[in-house]
Design a binder for this molecule. Sequence first.
Ligand code: ARG
Length: 455
Amino acid sequence: MWGGQYAHPPAEIMTEINASIDVDKALYAQDLAGSIAHAQMLAAQGIITRADADAITRGCEQIRREIEDGAFIFTPALEDIHMHVESRLKELIGEAAGRLHTARSRNDQVALDLRLYVRDAMDAADAALHGLQRALARRAEEHAGALMPGFTHLQSAQPVTLGHHLLAYVEMLARDRGRFADAHARLNESPLGAAALAGTSFPIDREATASALGFTQPMANSLDAVSSRDFALEFLSAAAVCATHLSRLAEEFVLWSSSAFGFIRFSDGFSTGSSIMPQKRNPDAAELVRGKTGRMFGNLIALLTVMKGLPLAYNKDMQEDKEPVLDSARTLLLALGAMTGMAEDFSAQTETMEQAAASAYATATDLADWLVRELKMPFREAHHITARIVKLASGQGLGLHALPLEAMQSVEPRITEAVFGVLDARKSAESKTSFGGTAPAQVRAQARAWREKLA
Ligand code: ARG
């Protein structure tokens, strides 16, 4: 492969550390598409003959079939996917194969392949995110009025609805999609034609290969084209942020499905048993989504670390870019699929949720607001009075709505019967009509709007 100056084959361990074929064979489709576009451009520019370009194209198509049929032979001796394709092409079409590498290097070739791969991965992530959003919006509409406690510090805070809670994730996932879309637009320039690092003296047409491969334009600097991997970092980073969102929802599924909460229940299809405790229904899929977030963070940090000390242009360190990208792409799709399955599967135990929303003094803020509104009390003072009433009620083991009016009046004599209008959890939720608030009518309208947008 390296020509005349090498008299001896590489040491065995050299071959082993150098080979990336086990990983980068996943890029075969991108590699073949890039080679076909390059060969066709070379012929159009008169750099190789039309007959050679067509032989190369047919050869590449045959290689694609061989790989997809499992008939292609991979060997570490041929290092990577580029050398495998070139070597097999030579067997298939002879001398013309050697002309494919005119005005091209593995450096711009691999930069191209990975860009194409990441672009596909972004599209797949976007489609899967869309699917999860749809599932959540559907469940949100169904449960627009289902009361549950809203939490801060995981302490019951104020009543909200399950629909409102689920729509919070629909919003997060929309921003995740926005991050992938932004990165997609920046990624979509072609490095092909940068050759090894300096460009080439052949009269190539980089616009033609860029447009044949769906890029908006060729990258403007050949050194940048072969050596930048920020497109992969952006993918890994958007995947890591998205994984964080999935992990938070997974954590909620774990909590809500526990017997301590009892807010939701997964069907047998999404529950696993214990080999020793027959009563168990474990939310393994949610725990694994939460757990797999770790490797997606790791993949981002791994590639950031690989890149941080590299001088321009290509360095072999960059061969380490593929594993993190492939792993995050695969893991993200798996996590999104599992979350979509769980979002569609769970059944809400609405009575338990509603009871929880009505307990733990979740309407205390509503009482304070009532004192401000009706008695024109400053909020700080209302907060203080409310705290004393809560203490009184909890001392008697009663909820706020069950505490007799006289007891409240012993703390603040101006309180009237009308206060009971806000102490009920449902009335509390219904009163939160400010834009973005939890009032069921608003949640229903927002869920419906999302469903239409996502249809
Ligand atoms: N397998 C290599 C990689 O993934 C391809 C580029 C090799 N280029 C080189 N000059 N050795 O990065």
